[in-house]
Design a protein around this ligand. Structure first.
Ligand code: ADP
Length: 626
């Protein structure tokens, strides 16, 4: 039994030997195991009867034809298990007897592996082709062997354009250098876990950024290529760049801001403070960073700051800005106006970012201004009271003066008229002088009474339709004696004017006053011209003299009460400096205007009065103005 010794138990292959008639003479354990037969007890039975049916057919065919051996087949084992077998049969003669030797090999496991491999290869292919990331393989010299759909899309090129092209076609020189270095590392067996960032040059010249992971493809110990996975990080890179740029800008702004800028943690400890802030606190960075902000302000301000911070953290409205009194290292107090906002990391509050403005100077000034304002207000009240008392006094005294003066004038007139008795020429002359001067005195007192009335707003205008031509000629008439005395010529250019709504006596008072001033301030032989025109909406009356003129800076001041350009005026020319202020009140009471012009060769006084306007409308306009 040399054969038996040769094959038994030595192999995992199943081996069975039958005689010429197919009776089983021997089989090893593997054979029974593979075909699922009960074992040694079957020895001697007809082999063909006991083996699985499909295998029987197979062997029968072989016995008859003797062809097609060895080959692969599938059988259903006795226990119902499907098996892939590799069968070979041999006819042999042992010791003069013909035998058949059947060798079977269970290749089910191998078949399963093969099919799994195929499946996994297909899966890999699909994954490779449809992956979101670029996947590729290069040969050992850097030429593309494969590239997936994502890769082709990223490069904007077709399969034909990429396969066979060199990696350098698609990389910037710098990135190619990095790729070569990595390849060298792969070759020298260094494992490259870290990713590389390459700058890709697409088919259309566009540059993109990719993050790559590469690993060598080996055949035995030899590296025959590179497998790579790349992710497009162009957008990420762009955002990173932008972030870097905006961070740099922020840093620049923060460090160089003219205002103190800071960040605090949620407990109020300083995380950052710029140079301006450090200057304010009079410290260096180390002394401030980490310290709590409450260390640098008065307790009152600390309460305010904490309240504001709490509100901000709770998402409540904080009325900006918060004003805090800071205390520097050397105990100097400074006021700042703070605007802040919460810093968040998702929902977590990281701290607070703030910007402060040093308002110390402003605050001091405000304080001073308040004090000045208070003082000014007090002075104003005092002045107002003094003015009121003065006006009241003038009002009283003038009435007191007027009564005896009127009586004096009355008796002088009686004397002058010789009602009481005859007087001689010398006495008459003296009485004339007394009379003229008492007239003048009465006029002055009346002006004073008027001024006090206007001031107390007690005066009333008696409006009516009046002829302005009439008013002008009446005013001029009164002035002729005065003008004649100084040999002053009065030229008139008076147009025919419409009637207006006015207080006749008061307008005469204004014109008389202006004419009287013109005569007063014009030397002997001077000229006074009076013009009156109809000026669309107004009547404009102008009185021009060849007198002493008015300096430009005094042109409006002369309308102030008691104002005289030259203090000695009253001594030289007479008057009290109230005539023009009364004129102004009267003209403004008529909704007109009055102003003076002077070119150095005399002065012009202009008066405009609105043409007929119904009183009602004027009142309304007046209310609107006020
Ligand atoms: P006064 O009684 O002093 O004339 P007014 O109020 O009428 O008071 O005038 C105020 C001042 O304006 C005068 O004192 C004078 O200095 C100046 N003034 C008024 N009219 C003329 C004029 N026609 N020419 C030059 N100065 C004038």
């Amino acid at each position: 039994m040399g054969l038996k010794n040769n094959i038994s138990g030595s192999s995992f292959d199943g081996v069975a030997v039958t005689d010429e008639l197919g009776r089983l003479e021997f089989s090893n354990d593997s054979f029974f195991e593979i075909v699922g037969l009960p074992g040694e007890e079957l020895i001697g039975k007809c082999f063909m009867e006991v083996i699985p049916e499909d295998m029987r057919d197979l062997l029968e065919r072989w016995r008859q034809t003797g062809t097609d051996m060895p080959y692969e087949t599938k059988i259903m084992a006795r226990n119902g298990e499907e098996k892939n077998l590799y069968i070979s049969c041999v006819r042999a003669e042992f010791d003069g007897t013909k035998k058949y030797m059947i060798i079977i090999k269970d290749i089910s496991e191998q078949k399963k592996l093969e099919s799994n491999l195929k499946e996994s290869e297909a899966r890999y292919r699909e994954l490779f082709e449809n992956a979101d990331d670029t996947m590729y393989t290069l040969d050992g010299k850097g030429f593309f062997l494969t590239i997936n759909n994502a890769g082709r899309k990223a490069l904007g090129a077709t399969m034909n354009e990429i396969i066979g092209s060199h990696a350098s076609r698609w990389l910037t020189p710098d990135s190619m250098k990095v790729a070569n270095e990595r390849f060298m590392k792969h070759i020298s067996g260094v494992s490259l876990d870290e990713t590389a960032i390459y700058e890709i040059v697409c088919r259309n010249g566009e540059h993109k950024w990719a993050e790559l992971r590469t690993r060598p493809i080996k055949e035995g110990a030899k590296i025959i290529g590179i497998h790579g996975i790349a992710r497009d990080i162009t957008e990420k890179k762009r955002l990173e760049e932008q972030l870097k740029e905006s961070e740099a800008k922020y840093r620049d702004l923060f460090e160089n801001a003219d205002d103190p800028m800071f960040t605090l943690d949620p407990e109020g400890n300083f995380i950052e403070l710029n140079d301006t802030g450090l200057n304010l606190l009079g410290c260096i960075k180390n002394e401030v960073i980490g310290s709590n902000i409450s260390r640098w302000m008065t307790p009152e301000s600390d309460v305010i700051a904490r309240k504001a911070m709490k509100k901000r953290i709770n998402g409540e409205q904080v009325d900006p800005p918060t004003i805090l009194e800071m205390v520097s290292k050397n105990e100097e107090h400074r006021w700042v106006e703070v605007k802040s906002r919460i810093l968040k990391d998702g929902n977590r509050i990281k701290g607070l970012h703030g910007i402060a403005r040093d308002i110390t100077e402003k605050r001091i000034m405000e304080q001073q201004l308040k004090e000045y304002h208070g003082k000014l207000q007090k002075s104003y009240e005092e002045l107002k009271e003094a003015d009121r008392l003065k006006t009241e006094f003038i009002s009283n005294i003038t009435h007191e003066l007027l009564t005896p003066l009127t009586s004096i004038k009355g008796f002088v007139e009686l004397l002058n008229d010789e009602t009481i008795g005859k007087i001689n020429d010398e006495q008459k002359k003296s009485l004339d002088i007394v009379l003229r001067n008492s007239d003048r005195l009465i006029q002055l007192i009346k002006e004073l009474i008027d001024a006090a009335y206007f001031e107390q707003n007690k005066f009333k205008l008696k409006f009516g339709m009046v002829s302005i031509n009439n008013i002008i000629s009446r005013s001029l008439q009164d002035m002729h004696p005065q003008a004649n005395e100084k040999k002053i010529t009065i030229i008139q250019d008076i147009k025919s004017l419409p009637d207006i709504w006015a207080d006749e006596e008061k307008i005469i008072q204004v014109l008389s006053n202006l004419l009287s001033n013109a005569i007063k301030f014009t030397p002997q032989n001077g000229i006074i011209s009076v013009t009156a025109v109809d000026d669309t909406n107004h009547i404009k009356i102008s009185i021009t003299d060849t007198g002493i003129g008015i300096p430009p800076d005094k042109l409006s001041r002369i309308f102030d009460r008691f104002y005289q350009i030259d203090g000695s005026t009253s001594r030289k020319y007479g008057g009290m400096g109230i005539g023009l202020s009364i004129c102004k009140s009267i003209i403004e009471g008529h909704y007109g205007s009055i102003w003076a012009e002077s070119n150095g060769n005399g002065s012009t006084f202009n008066v405009t009065l609105p043409k007929l306007i119904k009183k009602k409308r004027r009142v309304r306009e007046h209310n609107v103005k006020s």
